[in-house]
Design a binder for this molecule. Sequence first.
Ligand code: ZN
Length: 510
Amino acid sequence: MRERAGMDFLQGRVLPLLSLLASFLFLYLKTSSKLSTSDCSLIPYDRYWISSKRIVTPNGIISGAVEVMGGNIVSVVKTEDLKGIVGSTQVVDYGEAIVMPGLVDVHAHLDEPGRAEWEGFSTGTKAAAAGGITTLIDMPLNSYPSTVSEEALRLKVEASEDKLYVDVGFWGGLVPENAFNTSALEGLLNAGVLGLKSFMCPSGINDFPMTNISHIKEGLHVLAKYKRPLLVHAEVQVDTQSHAELKDGIGDARSYLTYLRTRPPSWEEAAIRELLTVTKDTRTGWPAEGAHLHIVHLSDASSSLDLIKEAKSSGDSLTVETCPHYLAFSAEEIQDGDTRFKCAPPIRDANNKEKLWEALLGGHIDMLSSDHSPSVPELKLLHEGDFLKAWGGISSLQFVLPVTWSYGKKYGISFEQLASLWSERPAKLAGLEFKGAIATGNHADIVVWEPDAEFELDENHAAYHKHPSISAYMGRRLSGSVLATFVRGNLVYSERKHATTACGVPILAK
Ligand SMILES: [Zn+2]
């Protein structure tokens, strides 16, 4: 009998109660925090608050919360104004961790299609998400084909489908083949590249030949109409004595200094001097007004930088970036044969590094980018250690935030400067209107990180690049650990986990 009564109780009370609860729950989720139907996010809310005592906004660092709804930031509220507003909606509280706009990396090589064994969209954007990068712009070379035509861009976008954990835009290539062909360039720009990129020296990739200053001038004039930038690798081969000697076989190829001598600062200076003969066309009232020239990965902090400062003050529409590896390393410390450090232009001496920091924090270098340029490990020739023959490119994508912070702390870099150099200004360069700052109306692209958390970057550290071992940062102790990354409101990375589905989108200019 007792059993029977128990059954009655279960059937009569518990089940109706459970179904009542279930319907309440259903109603609650439908009305208040709408359960996400996809696996794009590690949290199931469409509307929620991210709170912290340190939120980096364009108006300074505040204690408060960021309200996210439908993938956008709908309000940013200080703690004192928060009471009663948050109420019963979902709050993700990060305590004292830094809540900052997600990084916008305007210079990354993801190598797909064609060389996905070097990196690829899936591994590259997983690494980006784990590193707090919410948007990256893919370079037009090292993939195959190079992104120099409308058709090649279509192949890029197709190859990226369902593989993007963060949002990805694309630069197109300005090469001799399309430079004087306005309709081809316009086809590429109309198809959605955010701007163009060209080289003033051999790129290392056969189907991406170098341009001369006439090609660059022509490109700027086409870009003026679109108000999109031209990014230039500014080095020209000046045949220095040491270079001639090296070609004759003098110099130990395993010595970093041998490589350094092959690409002296005068290469950067000569290129920039040439560029400035055409950037004046971008001044107000001049024939390429509306176009913009951006010098990628500046390494020389001496004469090159002086030329750039001068041109900017004359009204040229000009910006310049440098990369964490020029700020973290110096030539003196690179061991013989350690080709992980080979890149172009090269990492210069410690004195140059000091000057780069000074220029960066003094506002003369506009922004930072990774220039993540991986390859298969075999091409780095780590066994031979031949600096002259090894692939030139440093693999860094996931580590750029902790690296900038770890090495920048002693120079006094602030969280606001990090946000400006890594988010706000790069977003502006790429024309990303709704990215780059924690502000109402923007995409909810956010990184949460703990600046005091230290870690050893070794093989036990979860790195998501295709070939983490070839990163020049391996073996370093860094501070600054990424806790969470949100892309358009989706929590795409948290505590060493990625969302199950890659829901980043390709960004195409209209
Ligand atoms: Zn590059």
